[in-house]
Design a protein around this ligand. Structure first.
Ligand code: ATP
Length: 506
């Protein structure tokens, strides 16, 4: 068993070596927390996006799409609360000069205490064997109880501090917990300060007349400000949703962990407009629905969990995260939020335009409530990559690395490989490729021994390899090799389309 840190390093270097993800501006020594998607990465990313779009828009009659601009009127960010409140508390260590999010330092400290509890439970489980009652152990073991009390106290203080935006108390908490800088090991901290995460830029020519704009930190506001346009022109009836995918920008204080936390990233968001009072039912509905989507990709349920928020953002009356067990632990992958009428009401107030829905059944108008589902495309990419990367030792003792991607997401569905570069095999292979490429992303390869070509396609997750050999010329059959089982079967060329379709459908 390799440890999780090594596993994560392997995924990162595999992503680079096989053209999935590159550091941005690499030949200029890179740009921190910004990444580019390579030839295989862009296909995987597009496929994840369209798998989401299909589930949200194509499969729901009452959800439609939108593509709003990244630049928006600056007052939008005042109305949404981002200008005043989209801040993270930051703190610097004076010795290492490293900058941290104060809340993350405290949360990491809490995670360490949680680890201690888990270790106690594991130890006891081993000791007691089959008779072990975990619930009872957690409720009665003195050490576990002490840790649990510590956790409760810290989380109460943390939420209180965040709620009151009490920065000196934040510093005090970090000091009381004796948190040290992971780099310098020292407790020589600066004060805690607030830092706004929005990037700003100027629109228009120089000085006068130029106005300050923000790069959007979320795609959601583009949906809210288009609510009336879409509702009216689409004659949408409540409940209905608007979905959008697109870039978002956040000047993250600590950007680590590869594509998990980036400064430029992509979101896939859906805002679902409902009748006031029905939002919590819809919130539960979307929690279930979104979890179903994740599980439909064949990722084991044990790798996911819900995290219900105790501390709610100022605009929410319920919120939950879907967390995935990344190589660095369970972390947020998607957020589901009941945002009340906060956003639409705020835009109504700041724009002076009435933003309401006339409900023909009630014969009255109201500002709809909103339930949002918001997932990071790049985080989903990392989820898929970490769940798919597999190292296997084969029967002959050799090793293979295979990306067991859900076939529907694989960059190439089919590799078409003439056994040799002669005797008319390449021509026959090209002929097959020409018909299949109408429906499937295909990759033609004739260089290197066939075994090597199989390995290359294993490494990028191609579910099907088709090999064209001398027998093909005689009886119009080819071999089809399955990525995961490596089994090969001979099939007529005429059946290829159906076989591939059945493997890649989802
Ligand atoms: P976090 O607590 O990790 O900063 P958040 O709660 O601020 O995330 P939301 O504002 O709810 O995130 O954004 C919705 C989704 O967008 C997140 O669940 C995540 O998948 C994605 N996301 C947010 N920030 C980033 C980022 N910096 N890089 C990549 N994806 C991100």
């Amino acid at each position: 068993m390799i440890n999780q840190e090594d596993f994560f390093k392997k995924i990162t270097s595999h992503a680079k070596e096989y053209g999935f993800v590159f550091q941005s501006s690499e030949i200029y020594d890179g740009l921190s927390a910004v990444y580019d998607y390579g030839q295989n990465g862009v296909e995987l990313k597009n496929n994840i996006r369209s798998y989401w779009w299909k589930a949200m828009v194509q499969f729901h009659e009452n959800i439609v799409g939108l593509d709003s601009a990244i630049f928006m009127h600056p007052t939008i960010w005042k109305a949404s609360g981002h200008v005043d409140a989209f801040n993270d508390p930051l703190i610097d260590n004076k010795d290492s000069k490293k900058r941290y999010r104060a809340d993350v330092l405290v949360e990491d400290h809490m995670a360490k205490i949680e680890d201690k509890i888990t270790k106690e439970v594991e130890k006891a489980a081993k000791r007691f064997g089959e008779t072990f009652d975990e619930k009872q152990f957690r409720e009665t073991n003195a050490r576990v109880l002490e840790y649990t009390t510590q956790l409760d106290e810290i989380s109460k203080r943390l939420y209180g501090i965040m709620e009151a935006n009490d920065l000196p108390a934040f510093k005090q908490l970090i000091e009381d917990l004796a948190i040290v800088c992971p780099v310098s090991g020292s407790r020589n901290w600066t004060e805690v300060r607030q830092f706004n995460l929005m990037f700003s830029t100027q629109m228009g020519s120089t000085a006068e007349g130029a106005s300050e704009l923000y790069l959007r930190p979320e795609t959601a506001q583009g949906i809210f400000v288009n609510y009336l346009n879409v509702q009216k022109t689409g004659r949408m009836k409540i409940p209905f949703g608007i979905a959008q995918t697109g870039k978002a920008f956040r000047n993250e204080i600590v950007a680590r962990q590869f594509i998990f936390r980036m400064r430029e990233f992509e979101q896939m968001e859906m805002q679902f407009f409902v009748k006031p009072g029905e939002e919590l039912e819809w919130f539960e509905y979307w929690k279930k629905e979104r979890m179903k989507w994740h599980l439909s990709l064949g990722i084991p349920a044990s790798k996911y969990r819900f995290h219900d928020h105790e501390k709610l953002a100022h605009y929410a009356n319920a919120a939950a995260d879907i967390e995935f067990n990344f190589p660095f632990g369970f972390k947020e992958l998607e957020g589901i939020h009941s945002r009340t009428d906060f956003d639409l009401s705020a835009h109504q107030k700041f724009s002076g335009k009435k933003i309401q829905y006339f409900d023909p059944e009630l014969n009255e108008s109201y500002v709809p409530y909103v339930v949002e589902t918001s997932i990071g495309l790049d985080r989903m990419f990392l989820t898929i990559l970490s769940n798919s990367y597999t190292e296997e030792t084969l029967e002959d003792g050799s090793e293979r690395v295979v990306l067991k991607l859900p076939a529907v997401l694989a960059p190439y569905k089919v590799a078409i490989l003439p056994l040799m570069k002669k005797d008319g095999l390449p021509e026959k292979a090209r002929e097959i490729m020409d018909t299949l490429k109408q429906d499937f992303m295909c990759h033609y390869e004739e260089k290197d021994a066939i075994g090597k070509r199989y390995r290359r396609h294993d490494a990028i997750g191609t579910p099907v390899c088709i090999t064209v050999d001398h027998q093909t010329l005689e009886d119009q059959t080819v071999t089809v090799r399955d990525r995961d089982t490596m089994l090969q079967e001979r099939v007529p060329i005429g059946k290829l389309s159906d076989i591939i379709r059945s493997k890649v459908k989802n």
